[in-house]
Design a protein. Structure first.
Length: 216
């Protein structure tokens, strides 16, 4: 008996997930967590929805994502701890880690320590730079590992649960989403504009900070 076709975006990614499956989740979550700008969180949610629709094992999706997230952040930690500011200053611009932003993040880590490592996974930008900044700030590795694992467990648990529930109720959710598709697209367009404006503002501010630093 053939399985019914999946609706919407799941139908588009079905060949990709059928072929790569857990490997795609592992690879994208892993590299995202030490700064590479790839859609790790997105593939986790989509894979969980795919599992909710009965096409993958939800437990394996969760375990693979958790291990990849912890390992990826530990690679980031090693980069920050052993590569230091020299490596970040040379390559950080490729992942939007400017010296001014790194300095602010280090000060933030010094004040909040383990708490920020735990919640960083839910914050875009911090999720990718979390391990690197912790390493730069000199946080003890065992302390980092503990809070990092806790954050990974919470992050994976939330998105896997959300994705699995959505995947299990596709027949109900998809018609509703399709009905309000225009509103969703408008909302996404507004969000993109706001994110672009924020990024432009940050770049201008970073440029101004560098200029003022040279003048001093």
């Amino acid at each position: 008996m053939t399985e019914p076709p999946l609706p919407g975006v799941l139908a588009d990614v079905a060949p990709f997930l059928d072929h790569w499956g857990y490997a795609a989740v592992a690879a994208l979550v892993f590299v995202e967590d030490f700064g590479v700008p790839v859609p790790g969180e997105t593939i986790l949610i989509v894979a969980a929805a795919y599992a909710g629709a009965g096409r993958l094992n939800i437990v394996l999706v969760a375990v693979v994502a958790f291990l990849a997230a912890v390992l990826g952040d530990n690679v980031g930690y090693a980069i920050g701890r052993f590569g230091g500011h020299r490596v970040v200053e040379r390559y950080g611009r490729y992942v939007l880690l400017t010296p001014a932003r790194v300095a602010k993040a280090e000060a933030f880590f010094a004040r909040h320590g383990g708490k920020i490592v735990t919640v960083a996974r839910f914050i875009e930008g911090l999720r990718q730079a979390n391990g690197i900044i912790a390493g730069l700030a000199g946080m003890p590795w065992r302390r980092f590992l503990l809070f990092n694992a806790l954050g990974a467990a919470l992050w994976v648990g939330v998105w896997v649960t959300f994705g699995a529930l959505a995947g299990a109720h596709l027949e109900t959710l998809y018609p509703a989403l399709h009905r309000y598709e225009l509103y969703v697209l408008v909302g996404l367009a507004v969000l993109v504009v706001l994110l672009v404006a924020r990024r432009v503002h940050r770049r201008r501010k970073d440029t101004a900070d560098r200029r003022s630093g040279r003048e001093e």
